[in-house]
Design a binder for this molecule. Structure first.
Ligand SMILES: *[C@@H]1O[C@H](CO)[C@@H](O)[C@H](O)[C@H]1NC(C)=O
Ligand SMILES: *[C@@H]1O[C@H](CO)[C@@H](O)[C@H](O)[C@H]1NC(C)=O
Length: 256
């Protein structure tokens, strides 16, 4: 009887430990669906092309497991300072170092995941694990995608990030995995602002689990700006030929 009680008690403790760590993070920051007409975040339905800063892609840890890895990927902000991107020092749950590196590219490649690359106006999709929080009895508190539209020399603070919100995605946008509410994959997409000039921009994923309880992930995107056509490409800026002129663009083309 005593043994049985002990077994039950330790099972309950183990479950509590799992639940206590069950907080989410951006697992993939450029998830591409195999079939765009059937968007899905299951491993079999897409592929990841980019990760957040210093993401240990070679850890061998399965999807949704990086919260029991050291340093953990989930980072809970401390409301006293709201450090925007984990520095491994601040926060209720410090998380991995996701601060801007010098150079920015130092956070990518080798043992880390690849950096995101995109064009202004592109749509990018982000994937995250449900970590038991996409269940019916939990209120939807949303994921905010924050992306300042200017090129910065250092990371923004949280109020600057929050002012630069570009998307609000339901956290509970998931592909149900029957019987496993922890490793259920979830995600959503956002559009990179069209007016950006070429350069590297910072993006923040910020999930509000409860009132004033936030978790964040940070990454960089090398954006090719729509406003800067490639050298020699003046196709959209050709001046109209004067009306009635004998040397119109079309006449010249015809002669050549
Ligand atoms: C965030 O940065 C802005 C611009 O530098 C500054 O005005 C503001 O006081 C900062 N906010 C906090 C909470 O540190
Ligand atoms: C393209 O247009 C710009 C601005 O009008 C001009 O400065 C540049 O010389 C043009 N380039 C070519 C290859 O025609």
């Amino acid at each position: 009887m005593l043994m049985r009680t002990t077994v039950i008690a330790s099972a309950a403790l183990a479950l509590m430990a799992t639940m206590a760590q069950a907080h989410s993070w951006a697992d993939c920051v450029d998830w591409r669906f195999k079939d765009k007409s059937k968007p899905s975040y299951r491993a079999s339905d897409g592929e990841c092309f980019a990760w957040a800063r210093q993401y240990p892609v070679k850890s061998g840890v399965a999807f949704a497991g990086l919260d029991s890895y050291s340093p953990a990927r989930h980072y809970q902000q401390e409301p006293k300072d709201f450090t925007a991107c984990s520095d491994r020092v601040h926060g209720r749950e410090p998380g991995a170092d996701e601060t801007r590196q010098n150079p920015i590219s130092k956070a990518y490649g080798g043992k880390w995941g690849a950096m995101a690359v995109a064009k202004a106006g592109d749509t990018q999709c982000v994937r995250w694990p449900a970590k038991n929080h996409a269940v019916k009895n939990e209120k939807e508190k949303f994921v905010f995608i924050n992306m300042p539209k200017t090129l910065l020399t250092k990371d923004p603070n949280q109020s600057q990030f929050s002012k630069a919100n570009i998307a609000k995605i339901p956290f509970k946008n998931c592909n149900d995995i029957s019987g496993d509410t922890d490793r259920t994959p979830c995600g959503g997409c956002f559009k990179i602002p069209e007016e950006l000039e070429t350069g590297t921009y910072v993006v923040q994923w910020r999930w509000e689990l409860n009132d004033n309880e936030f978790y964040t992930s940070c990454w960089d995107i090398a954006v090719t700006g729509a406003s800067k056509p490639e050298v020699g490409d003046n196709s959209t800026t050709v001046a109209p030929a004067p009306l009635g002129g004998t040397t119109s663009v079309f006449a010249e083309l015809a002669e050549n």
